[in-house]
Design a protein around this ligand. Structure first.
Ligand SMILES: Nc1ncnc2c1ncn2[C@@H]1O[C@H](COP(=O)(O)OP(=O)(O)O)[C@@H](O)[C@H]1O
Ligand SMILES: [Mg+2]
Length: 590
């Protein structure tokens, strides 16, 4: 009960009330006893005086002792007391209850002694005869025959009874008022503690995280001020929390969706955060929480750099090649997190940038420049070499002159071819729009096959075309398709070194596009070269290809042409067994 505020309040009230009641009770009863005793004594003294009056008037015709005995009995009867009359020597002359002769001298009884000296005597003591407390009062009287004192004695028993009764009354009063007080204080405590409990409930709800909770009851006292403050606090907290949550969400979205890999290592070397990109690039596992960075990062080079940053507290920027992740190249930025003017390390931030594409483009560009110069230089060198020889040659040596001129002519042709293909490429790059029309692809393919057959009229060439029975309509540029087919069939023939050359062209219709396959039974392309053959000047076997007269630009042009029409191009090949070149164009909706 005393654990609750309400219980303590009730107990305090109760204690207060009991203390006040008891104290007043004691004071009141003490005062009352004095007052009652005083009036009791006054009454007895007055009665004694009346008796003295009677005793002083002994009639002349009567025996003094007889008269005094009558007085004693009469007064005793009328006042309900015991009356004793003594002379100035203290000798008992009359008594209402005992015979005077049997009684000793009363001279030294305090009340009598005082009365004989003309004062009002009074005393309280146990009576010799009855053994109970008595109040004694005595006053003097005088007469010519006998003088002395008259004493009245009354037992205090009924005063004590009165007080016992009073005490019981008083206790009953305490009990009743105590009960009432208890009820009132209980209700009061409830009245005072209820708001405190309401506020407490609200606050503990808020502590559980329910910040929308408010103290709804309105109080117009200090508690009201407290409740308003608590509500305000909860509202502010709620606002800050939702603001924080929003910032957190935004940050999480940003980190999860950025194209950079982001990794944070805390001061104890544990991975505090890794976004999906970082996990993909350098993580050993998708679960990074609580893992040590040495254990989590799969690339030894990166671990080494992080160690370096940890010891020197200097940022490190570095390019790392990831051999275990498809030969990717990443740029890493490792930054120590410190506070200004402080040498403590709070963590390490690692930003990863996948620069593989840039690296590849760089390589392509480098190769292109090198290739252009090489491809152009070779025929020019041949031309100038043979022209020089020709100049020095005897014009009569017709055979040599003819041979050299033929070589010069061939090289010049090749140069022209390379230059025109380069021009075609840059034209395609500058203006990627093609003249898209609805065309019958079968017709275009037949035409292209005829042209190639004509070109390789001396070869043993067999070209099959497999097509759906109905006309296949596509949305494409006629010239582009023509050029693509020419290039692919030309390659298929050129890179089949067997005597018998078999090329198959297959046209297939799909829901929204048409796919064309040019298949040969030639030598095929090594797997590692397949992704690169569509690059400019890229040729698998340089020496062999040059003999076949190619420039290495054909497939680059094909890729541009197909992609400009909204299609795709790719190749599949098994070395020594043949190759398949696929391209698609959108199907016409008619
Ligand atoms: N059908 C094929 N079979 C084998 N290799 C091929 C085939 N088509 C293309 N290639 C390879 O791809 C390279 C690039 O082809 P391309 O761009 O047409 O250049 P070019 O025909 O001028 O050599 C060729 O040099 C050749 O090595
Ligand atoms: Mg070619």
């Amino acid at each position: 009960m005393f654990r609750s505020f309400r219980g303590r309040l009730t107990a305090t009230y109760l204690l207060l009330i009991v203390i006040v009641l008891t104290l007043t009770g004691f004071i009141v009863s003490y005062e009352m006893k004095n007052f009652v005793m005083d009036s009791f004594r006054t009454k007895l003294v007055n009665e004694a005086r009346l008796g003295a009056e009677l005793a002083s008037s002994i009639p002349a015709d009567q025996e003094a002792d007889d008269y005094l005995q009558k007085v004693a009995i009469a007064v005793a009867k009328n006042t309900g007391t015991r009356v004793t009359i003594v002379d100035t020597n203290g000798q008992v002359r009359a008594d209402s209850e005992y015979t005077p002769e049997s009684m000793t001298s009363h001279y030294h009884r305090p009340e009598i002694f005082q009365a004989l000296q003309n004062r009002t005597g009074s005393d309280i003591r146990l009576s010799d005869t009855a053994g109970i407390p008595f109040l004694y009062t005595a006053v003097s009287f005088s007469h010519a025959d006998v003088s002395g004192a008259i004493r009245l004695a009354e037992p205090l028993q009924h005063i004590d009874d009165l007080f016992t009764k009073l005490l019981y009354l008083f206790l009953a009063a305490i009990a009743i008022t105590g009960l009432i007080a208890f009820l009132i204080s209980f209700l009061l405590a409830r009245y005072f503690s209820e708001p405190v409990q309401e506020v407490t409930r609200a606050v503990s709800d808020m502590a559980q995280g329910n910040l929308k909770r408010q103290v709804t009851t309105i109080y117009h006292d200090e508690l009201g001020v407290l409740a308003t403050a608590v509500n305000q606090m909860a509202q502010n907290l709620d606002q800050s929390m939702s603001g924080l949550a929003e910032v957190n969400n935004r940050l999480a979205t940003l980190l999860a969706n950025t194209i950079n890999g982001i990794l944070m290592v805390d001061k104890d070397g544990r991975v505090a955060y890794a976004n999906p990109v970082a996990i993909g690039l350098v993580g050993t596992d998708t679960n990074y929480e609580g893992r040590n960075y040495v254990e989590f990062i799969s690339t030894y080079q990166l671990i080494e750099s992080v160690d370096k940053v940890k010891t020197h507290l200097e940022p490190v920027r570095q390019e790392i090649k990831l051999f275990n992740r498809g030969d990717k190249t990443i740029e890493t930025n490792i930054v120590p997190i410190t506070e200004a003017g402080d040498t403590n390390l709070y963590g390490i931030l690692i930003v990863l940038n996948d620069i593989s594409a840039i690296k590849r483009l760089e390589q392509v560009r480098k190769d292109f420049v090198a290739n252009v110069s090489h491809e152009l230089k070779t025929p020019v060198a041949t031309i100038s070499g043979f022209a020089e020889t020709l100049l020095a040659e005897n014009p009569d040596n017709h055979e040599n002159v003819r041979e050299f001129s033929q070589i010069i002519y061939n090289e010049a042709q090749r140069l022209t071819e390379i230059i025109s293909q380069l021009l075609e490429l840059s034209r395609l790059e500058a203006d990627p729009n093609s003249d898209i029309q609805v065309i019958d692809i079968g017709q275009v393919i037949n035409k292209a096959v005829k042209a190639v057959k004509h070109k390789f009229v001396r070869e043993q060439l067999n070209i099959n075309i497999i097509m759906p029975p109905d006309t296949v309509w596509v949305e494409a540029d006629l010239d582009s398709i023509d050029q693509v087919m020419e290039n692919l069939i030309d390659n298929a023939v050129k890179y089949t070194f067997a005597e018998n050359k078999l090329v198959t062209v297959v046209v297939e219709q799909f829901a929204d596009h048409v796919q064309v396959v040019v298949e040969d039974k030639g030598d095929g392309i090594p797997g590692q070269d397949i992704p690169r053959i569509f690059e400019r000047f890229y040729r698998v076997d340089k020496a062999r290809c040059r003999r076949s007269g190619g420039s290495g630009l054909g497939l680059a042009i094909v890729k541009h042409l197909v992609e400009n029409m909204g299609g795709k191009v790719w190749a599949e090949s098994v070395l020594g067994q043949g190759s398949r070149f696929y391209f698609t164009v959108p199907r016409a909706t008619r």
